[in-house]
Design a protein around this ligand. Sequence first.
Ligand SMILES: *Cc1c(COP(=O)(O)O)cnc(C)c1O
Length: 399
Amino acid sequence: MIPLSRSMIYLSPPHMTGEEQQYLNEAFASNWIAPVGPNVDAFEQEIAELVGVNGALAVSSGTSAIHLALSLLDIKKGDTVFCSTLTFVASANPILYQGAEPVFIDSDPDSWNMSPKALMKAFQESALKRKLPKAVMVVNLYGQSAKMDEILLICDQYGVPLIEDAAESLGTTYQGKASGSFGKFGIYSFNGNKIITTSGGGMLVSNDEAALERARFLASQARDQATHYQHSVMGYNYRLSNLLAGVGRGQLRVLGDRVAARRKIFDVYYSNLSDLPGIHFMSELENTAMNRWLTTLTIDEKVSGVTTEQLLTAFYRERIEARPVWKPLHLQPLFKGARFYAHERSHDVAEELFRTGICLPSGSSLTEEEQLRVIQCVRKVFDQPIRNRSYLFPGKQEV
Ligand SMILES: *Cc1c(COP(=O)(O)O)cnc(C)c1O
C-alpha cells in the first residue's frame, strides 16, 4: 500500500549533529560574530591536521577557494588551464573570472575522473605549440580520487602546478594520503549538500604557507599594512564567518561517522541492485578509501532496456530526488568552442557517463526505510520488484 503522503527523499541534505550549536553559543557569548575569530583559526588548524598539510584558509565557498588558488598562480588573460570536463561548473568558472581559457580533459573509465592518457595528449600538443598550461585543475568526483600518481607524474614532467578540487572528496584517502592534499593547492567545499557543511563555506589548503598568507591577504580585501585603508592590489571579500566556522568544527568531529554512513548506504544499494541487468556501480580505485559522497551507477540501456530518463521520471513520481551525472563542461553552452581532449579517439568517456549515469540519494541521514523506497523504485522500473524477504542490509537479518 502506498502511504498517502510520502515525505520527499533528498539527494544529499545537510546532516546536523546538534553539537554545532555549542560552537555557535560560544561565539555568541564572546561576541565573536565577525570578522574572523577563534572558530575560524581552530577550524583551519583542524582541517590542516586532518588532511596532513602545513596550512589552511577558511573561505566563504569552495568556488572562492578555487579562485584564490588561480590568483595565487597568477593565472590571467592569455593563459590556459587544463581542467577535468566531468564536473560541476564551479571547477571552471574561476578560470573565466581570471580571463583565462579552460581546456577540458576527458574522464578515465576506471575512476570517472581526469584521464591521465587524455592529459598526456593535451600536454604533448601544448608542448609542440610551445604554450604549456599555467595549471591543471583535477576534480575528485563523488568522493573518488583521480589517479593522482599518474597525473602528478605528468604535471611534474612538464613543471606545471596541480590544483585539486576536492570539494566532494573530503574524508577520502588515496594511497593512504588525504584526497585534496596532493597538489600545490587543494580545495574543499562545505556547501549544504557536501559530506559536512557549514551551510556555505570552503577551505584552501597547501603546504606553501607563504602562498596561504598571500591568500589570506587577498581574501580580506588586500589591505596593505597601514593605519588608514590603503590598497595596492585588487582583493576579494572571501573570508568565512566565525559563526559558520563553528558549525564546521561541530561537523568535522563526525566526519568519520559520515563517511562510514555513506559507505554503508553504498553497500546496501550494491547488495540490492547490482544483480539488475546493465547496472554498473562506480568502483573504488585500488588503494583508495572513498567517502562515497554519492552512490553513482551507470545503466547500459542495450542490456537493461531501461534509460536513465525512465528512472529519473520514476524517482520524480515517487518524490525521490536523484540526479544525472554532471553534464561535461565541454558540452555546456557556456564553454562552447573550448578545446577538449578525449580519453581515446572517438571515445568521449565523460559524455557517455553523462548519458548513462545516475546519482542516488546518499545523505548520511538516509534511513533504512527511505533507502528501501529508493531500491523498490529502481527495481520496479526494471520490472523486478523486491520479493518478500529479499531486501538485504549487510550484517543484518533479511527483512
Ligand atoms: C560543490 C562543488 C564546488 C563548489 O563549491 P561551493 O562551496 O558550492 O562553491 C566545486 N567543485 C565541485 C566538484 C563541487 O562539487
